[in-house]
Design a protein. Structure first.
Ligand code: NAD
Length: 496
């Protein structure tokens, strides 16, 4: 059985952890590997390697750091198909979707190649007579990244390239469900010329995460995962004095106004509801139809769903399996709860015919109509291919519903009325908003993040926020004396 271990100080390790987990191919249901689950000693070894490396990496010139980032970009680009295959083999998403994930990760590497501009400070000459003042940003030291199962390449790449380019050393703890891609990224970094220890990977579960949160050398933690764990990571990390950004779960609403292009809206609902089997933090899971459009919209969505092929992600299907048997059972239980609560199952994914191994973790795309806000299929993040349609009578009712939801990750409005769209983007309490765009994931040079229970912390991922997160500001006030000097004066310094 293939054993997946850690990557510490520039090389793969193995046999150091006492606990192990199973890795599955979700499309066949077969166990394909075992993954070592790090304990505190493994985490300490990774942090020590990072601490040693950080001391010299912080002094590497910007030219050297960007050269490594450029080389890393070329290697990830050259090996993108292999990365996509690793994602599909352990996560299950279809190959085209996995390739899209790698592409979004590449865009953050490209952003990080521009780190010299992002780190530029300000300079003011003569703030006082013959005194100059300037600002700089310096790395934090050792930082940790903890990522979820649903984007095993893209989410680590939201943080790691920016952290490394800014001069930090990183310990990444990927999801134990699909750990292989992170190890390939680590090897590519070394091939690109990154000194050993600047980027380390420890595999594991909650035990490894808590060891990182408690380790005094770790200065900052970037976390992405479910809301209860994000809250825990934020509280434990900040209590230990660390800087923490913890991105949590989501319930993303798509509001369709009566004047919307219904074909565009139906395409968008299907793509954003069922892409990656709904296992995206920006998936649309609640469709808010402002009457009188609901009947027509539901009919158009159902017609499109009839053409979707669910099956093995390597066979050109539209939608793959769910990540584990346990998760598939959990999502199926939500479908059962929706039916029991009185929602109308317009398309029931439990009956899906799959193009794949019968032992895979399958559930087909499911569409519920007449969902009401107290049903568990609406209140909970399901994280599966289940789209709920809620019918409302007005724009005001729609925006009130969206703002009452505890999550605030992404949302979209579909309309041809610019004024209504403008009002929505102004009033809605959500961090990322799409106008006739269903999955409004910001580009790498903007920052990604939600509001409310979708993000604990102040700074979002990548873009300017990412650079701010992985650096500390410093302001220098300097005076190079000419032969004159001011003499003794105990008063508080002011401009003269
Ligand atoms: P998860 O919370 O179960 O796990 C995330 C990470 O935390 C993993 O590395 C896991 O090993 C670790 N972990 C799990 N339990 C822990 C605990 N008790 N203490 C400490 N660490 C723990 O999430 P998941 O199932 O891997 O991913 C799906 C979730 O991630 C969904 O809720 C989804 O919305 C969310 N997500 C959010 C975003 C975003 O940008 N807001 C992006 C992607 C995924």
């Amino acid at each position: 059985m293939n054993l997946i271990a850690h990557f510490i100080d520039g090389k793969r390790t193995g046999g150091t952890s006492t606990r192990r987990g199973d890795v599955f191919d979700p499309a066949t249901g077969r166990r394909t590997a075992e993954v070592e689950l790090a304990g505190a000693a493994d985490v300490a070894a990774a942090v020590e390697a990072a601490e040693r490396a950080a001391r010299t990496w912080r002094d590497a010139s910007l030219a050297k750091r960007t050269a490594v980032l450029f080389a890393f970009r070329e290697l990830v680009h050259a090996r993108r198909d292999e990365l996509a295959e690793l994602i599909t083999a352990e996560h299950g998403k279809v190959l085209a979707d996995a390739a899209g994930e790698v592409q979004r990760g590449l865009e953050v590497i490209e952003y990080a190649c521009g780190i010299p501009s992002a780190l530029r400070g300000g300079f003011s000459e003569n703030v006082s007579t013959e005194v100059d003042s300037y600002s700089l940003r310096q790395p934090l030291g050792v930082v940790a990244v903890v990522s979820p199962f649903n984007f095993p390449v893209m989410v680590p790449l939201w943080f790691v390239p920016v952290a490394v380019a800014a001069g930090n050393a990183v310990v990444l703890k990927p999801s134990e469900k699909d750990p292989s891609a992170a190890l390939l990224l680590a090897e590519l970094f070394v091939e690109a010329g990154l000194p050993g220890g600047v980027f380390n990977v420890v595999n594991g579960d909650a035990e490894a995460v808590d060891a990182l949160l408690d380790h005094p050398v770790v200065r900052a933690v970037s976390f992405v995962g479910s809301t209860p764990v994000a809250r825990h990571v934020y509280q434990r990390g900040t209590a230990a004095g660390k800087r923490v950004q913890a991105l949590g779960g989501a319930k993303n609403h798509m509001v369709v106004l009566p004047d919307a292009d219904l074909d565009l809206a139906a395409d968008a609902a299907v793509n954003a509801g069922f892409g990656s089997a709904g296992e995206r933090c920006m998936a649309i899971s609640a469709l808010v139809a402002v009457e009188p459009v609901a009947d027509e919209l539901v009919a158009r969505i159902a017609r499109r769903m009839a053409g979707l092929r669910t099956g093995d992600g390597r066979r050109g299907c539209d939608m793959g399996p769910l990540v584990t048997a346990a998760h598939a059972a959990r999502v199926r239980a939500y479908v059962e709860a929706g039916v029991a609560a009185g929602a109308v199952p317009v398309v029931d994914g439990r009956d899906v015919a799959v193009d794949g191994d019968p032992d895979g973790f399958w559930l087909g795309p499911t569409l519920f109509d007449r969902v009401t806000p107290e049903m568990s299929i609406y209140t909970d993040e399901i994280f599966g291919p289940v789209l709920s349609v809620l019918r409302v009578d007005s724009y005001d009712e729609a925006v009130t519903l969206v703002n009452a939801n505890p999550y605030g990750n992404g949302t979209a409005i579909f309309t041809n009325d610019g004024g209504a769209a403008r009002r929505y983007q102004h009033e809605v309490e959500v961090g990322m908003v799409g106008v006739n765009v269903p999955i409004p994931v910001p580009m790498a040079y903007y920052s990604f993040g939600g509001w409310k229970s979708s993000l604990f912390g102040d700074l979002h991922a990548h873009g300017a926020d990412g650079v701010a997160f992985f650096t500390r500001g410093k302001v220098v006030t300097s005076r190079w004396l000419d032969p004159r000097h001011g003499g003794v004066n105990l008063g508080f310094p002011t401009q003269t």
